[in-house]
Design a protein around this ligand. Structure first.
Ligand code: G3H
Length: 340
């Protein structure tokens, strides 16, 4: 059996926007033995995948109130991120404040959301800032995600990677975003990739494991799909596209390939695996396309933050501008939304 069909058109998107609340408890993926058959059989039809996603923006537009609801839902799925060499404690504290109150109160009131809980899915930082973020977010219910394992290139010794994961978990990170060793994919050493991610999963303990594939480094969609499947078999809770530091980061064709693998894994094991596109997603328009593709490919469950995160440093500012435009009819300058 192969997984090569990317041309089937989904049923039309329901007119109903997602409600900003929701969420559900999922059984955690325990991983399983490496099935080489599941990897070897994977085939990808690149041009069909490109055609499939090219039709998305034209077919799927939502207007006015519906769009505001989709964007509010997107906010709950953002891993609000700062991953810069010049990050400071103060910047991380400001980011955490923004994660707790992502949209101005007056806008929420005019959108009819006054008094409703709204926060981002997580805050994502380097290990150095995990403890700062945990303290700043205390009582908010917002988890801290730590990038790890020698992010972004992942070229430090394996034992140091495990120690880095353990240190972030000790400091309070509830989610660990690891990078895989790209060489394992580029040389087709799926056993080495599986063993690596298995170890990362064990080091995480109760913290959730997001495996960053760095898809821009993997050369082909087939490699992306195979790496996705191996990471899920090794126990990934989420598969994530990119670090934000590769030449090419999240794209819709890559997303489609990864979502199809999530679907196959669910069909075979019953586990629902989360998806996190990351890197270069900076506009409300971009994020709507990702939401539509998630819903069309995997269904309503995958619009919730326990199965969908968007790794982004500047997306929130554009969403807030769009919400402001929706309410006032005017756009404000980006410098009125300095964080997020
Ligand atoms: O995981 C998150 C990414 O590093 C954020 O990338 P971005 O700065 O392009 O939004």
């Amino acid at each position: 059996m192969t997984h090569s069909v990317f041309i089937q058109n989904p049923s039309p998107l329901a007119a109903q926007p997602p409600s900003p609340g929701g969420g559900h408890q999922l059984p955690r993926n325990s991983g399983r033995a490496l099935e080489m058959d599941w990897v070897d059989e994977i085939r990808i039809n690149l041009s069909a995948a490109e055609r499939r996603v090219a039709s998305l923006p034209g077919r799927r537009t939502v207007k006015k109130e519906a769009q505001a609801a989709w964007l509010l839902k997107a906010i709950t799925c953002i891993d609000l991120t700062t991953l810069n060499g010049d990050d400071t404690t103060e910047r991380v504290k400001r980011l955490c404040a923004k994660a707790k109150a992502p949209v101005r109160g007056d806008l929420l009131e005019r959108l009819g959301f006054a008094g409703r809980e709204l926060h981002t899915g997580a805050v994502c930082v380097y290990h150095r800032f995990v403890a700062t973020a945990v303290e700043a977010l205390e009582g908010s219910g917002i988890p801290v995600a730590a990038v790890s394992t020698g992010f972004p290139a992942g070229l430090v010794p394996h034992d140091l990677k495990l120690k880095e994961i353990e240190a972030s978990v000790r400091d309070g990170a509830e989610e660990i975003d690891i990078v895989i060793t790209r060489e394992h994919v580029l040389t087709g050493d799926w056993r080495a990739l599986y063993a690596e991610v298995r170890d990362f999963r064990a080091a995480c303990g109760d913290a959730h494991l997001k495996t960053i594939l760095a898809t821009g480094d993997l050369k082909t969609l087939r490699n992306v799909a195979k790496a996705s499947m191996v990471c899920m078999m090794a126990g990934a809770d989420f598969i994530k596209t990119s670090t934000g530091k590769e030449g090419v980061n999240a794209t819709l064709p890559v997303t489609l390939a990864m979502l199809r693998m999530i679907r196959v894994y669910q069909e075979r094991t019953g586990y629902q695996i989360g998806f996190k596109p990351a890197g270069g997603i900076s506009t409300a328009k971009d994020v709507l396309n990702y939401q539509f593709l998630m819903k069309e490919e995997l269904g309503r469950d995958w619009l919730e933050p326990d199965l969908f995160r968007i790794g982004a440093s500047s997306l929130l500012a554009d969403i807030e501008r769009q919400l402001e435009h929706h309410v006032t009819g005017h756009y404000s300058a980006f410098n009125r939304h300095p964080v997020g």
